[in-house]
Design a protein around this ligand. Structure first.
Ligand code: DGT
Ligand code: CA
Ligand code: CA
Ligand code: ZN
Length: 584
């Protein structure tokens, strides 16, 4: 029964209109809301059975309110009310989003405490000015504090490494849920879209698209909002629903019929900028493109819509992989059939950045190697930390040599090639953390900045360039140093870094650790203009991490990289040409 939800909608609109000092409408809306609340029969059922005519028979509901109800039941929102919210004074729009705050309360807060923004409100709560206000009290102060916390959680972006497994889980949970209900729905076509499908490094919300015929759509929505991890249902309609999960992430689900599936997939994958460009091309060709399909402008006849491929084809474009859809030249390239063949998950032949329990890894050398072999790799580089990394249990020379001995032994037990490597600290003067006689024995040397992040840009650039000029260094690891939510990238002139790397034949790492993704897409695009080669590495600290290659791969694809650009797609015989110290 959705009567409460629909009533809420009108109460809220009434609040906003009142706040804007509109005269009679708020009363009419409140009256309608009351009627709906006390209806005794499910308004959705009435509408399904009798259409709009059934709605206008309810006392207090005229034509225009009935239109709003119908729109809400069909689409999950009322365009006019959305616009109302947008027009509210700045700051109030955000306050409106806080659960438990309507326009009336917001007005009161503004008139009595001068609260106009979210941060004003937080202040009022912390200083307990709210609980003394008539109509609020201690309890509602606490509730608001909790609602704000939830709002902020759901409005901060989450990183790809968290969003991707979460979306996978929700998709399979939804499939299961729909299969297990009495009115079983077969969700064979369901996929995440939005920034997640484009594998962007951070995700605002998760968007999911499912195919179902009109009569089944609502049942799918019912399954969705009743998933066990759903904490709050923001809206529920037959084409769109939105929820917030317990852990704070917002999820949108859209359900479309098969003739629109491809068009909706294209539209909701975005990016917005890519879509706008595409729509312009459609218009130029006498078509109309929407999330429902591609239509002839004149007759309105649908000419594509069930698959993405046919939409791009009809627009005279090669199929554009989601990761490229950022309006960064991909549409032009697709028009000339000049898109790169992007690197794929199956292209990898090895992992060149792996830790073990010799330094800060959790698993043993043997376990890590064994797993890499199971993954089908041809080679793996063991790269524990160098001696200055005391917090990470960096290896003193003796311990490093002991590791070499163990590697030699294990090499006889495994098919996979085991490279003796190290993730060597780039010290503040740009020198490397082991003496030359050690460095020259290593098969592969990664250089990393792990300390002294606060150096001024000129110093940091000098430091890294010095390291890149060191003939023992092979790979610059996590080149920007940023850590999601913890540390910004250090100040450095990438122009100079990439120049020095290219001049000295060094490889740039794309670190796949979800908290790093470094280089990211933009820096990859920049680095590529210098003709640089890359390696995509997991920087694994446990066997389970070896699977995180997908995140770095996403950045690489967003950076337009081909297999050829990434050295750990090369067979060992060719890798030797890149890292000259490798043994035959
Ligand atoms: P996010 O969630 O901030 O990480 O980014 P997206 O790209 O997932 O954006 P979202 O969730 O707001 O919308 C999903 C997709 O829907 C977006 O990628 C493209 C499409 N879309 C949303 N708003 C518009 C719009 O105003 N115009 C067009 N053409 N497409 C839009
Ligand atoms: Ca999204
Ligand atoms: Ca969304
Ligand atoms: Zn590192």
């Amino acid at each position: 029964m959705r009567n409460r939800e629909v009533a809420e909608l009108f109460y809220e609109a009434a609040d906003i209109l009142e706040y804007q000092q509109v005269e009679w409408k708020p009363r009419a809306y409140r009256k309608a809301a009351q009627m709906i609340e006390n209806l005794g029969e499910d308004i959705e059922k009435i509408y399904a059975r009798e259409g709009k005519a059934g709605l206008t028979e309810i006392p207090g509901i005229g034509e225009s309110i009935a239109d709003h109800i119908a729109e809400y039941l069909e689409t999950g929102k009322v365009e006019k009310f959305e616009k109302l919210k947008e027009k509210a004074p700045s700051g109030t729009a955000e306050l409106m989003e806080i659960r438990g705050l309507g326009a009336k309360k917001i007005k009161k807060l503004s008139d009595t405490l001068g609260v106009r923004t979210l941060s004003d409100l937080k202040n009022a709560i912390v200083t307990h000015r709210l609980r003394r206000l008539e109509g609020f009290g201690e309890k509602s102060e606490e509730n608001l504090a909790r609602a704000i916390e939830q709002y902020e959680k759901s409005h901060s972006r989450i990183n790809l490494g968290r969003a991707l497994p979460l979306a996978d889980e929700v998709v399979s949970a939804l499939k299961r849920q729909c299969e297990n209900t009495s009115s079983k729905v077969d969700l064979s076509k369901i996929i995440y879209t939005g920034s997640l499908r484009r594998l962007k490094e951070t995700i605002g919300d998760i968007d999911i698209l499912a195919e179902a015929e009109k009569g089944e759509a609502l049942r799918v929505m019912n399954c969705f909002v009743s998933l066990p991890d759903v904490e709050q249902v923001i809206l529920k309609g037959s084409t769109k629903s939105s929820v917030i999960l317990r852990e704070g992430t917002a999820i949108d689900l859209r359900v479309v019929p098969s003739e629109s599936y491809g068009a909706a997939l294209q539209y909701f994958t975005g990016s917005k900028e890519h879509n706008i460009e595409l729509r312009n091309i459609a218009i130029k060709n006498g078509y109309k493109l929407s999330e429902y399909g591609l239509y002839l402008k004149e007759s309105g006849k649908q000419i594509a819509g069930s698959s993405e491929e046919e939409i791009y084809e009809r627009l005279g474009l090669a199929y554009i992989p989601p990761e490229l859809r950022e309006n960064r030249g991909e549409i032009k390239a697709a028009g000339k059939n000049a898109l790169p063949k992007l690197i794929e998950a199956g292209d990898f032949r090895g992992d060149l950045h792996v830790h073990t329990d010799y330094s800060e890894g959790k698993d043993s050398l043997k376990t890590m190697i064994g797993k890499a072999e199971v993954l089908g790799y041809e080679y793996i580089a063991i790269t524990d930390h160098s001696r200055s990394q005391k917090v990470a249990n960096g290896l003193e020379i003796e311990k490093l040599k002991a590791q070499w001995e163990e590697i030699d032994k294990l090499s006889k037990q495994f098919r996979i090639k085991i490279l003796k490597g190290s993730e060597v600290d780039i010290l503040s003067d740009g020198s490397l953390d082991y003496p030359d006689e050690i460095l020259k024995e290593l098969d592969v040397v990664l250089g990393s900045v792990h300390s002294g992040f606060a150096l001024p840009e000129r110093k940091m650039t000098e430091r890294i360039v010095t390291a890149l000029e060191n003939r023992h260094l092979d790979i610059l690891a996590h080149p920007s140093g940023r850590l999601f939510g913890k540390r910004e990238a250090y100040a450095v002139n990438f122009e100079k870094v990439f120049e020095a790397a290219a001049a000295n034949g060094k490889v740039m790492e794309i670190n796949s650790q979800p908290s790093r993704l470094d280089l990211n897409d933009e820096l990859i695009l920049h680095a590529k203009t210098f003709g640089l080669k890359f390696c995509i590495s997991t920087d694994s600290h446990a066997v389970s991490d070896l699977a995180s290659m997908r995140y770095g791969l996403g950045q690489a694809r967003r950076g337009w990289l081909k297999k050829e650009d990434v050295v750990n797609t090369y067979p060992y015989s060719r890798l030797k040409e890149v890292f000259k110290k490798l043994k035959p």
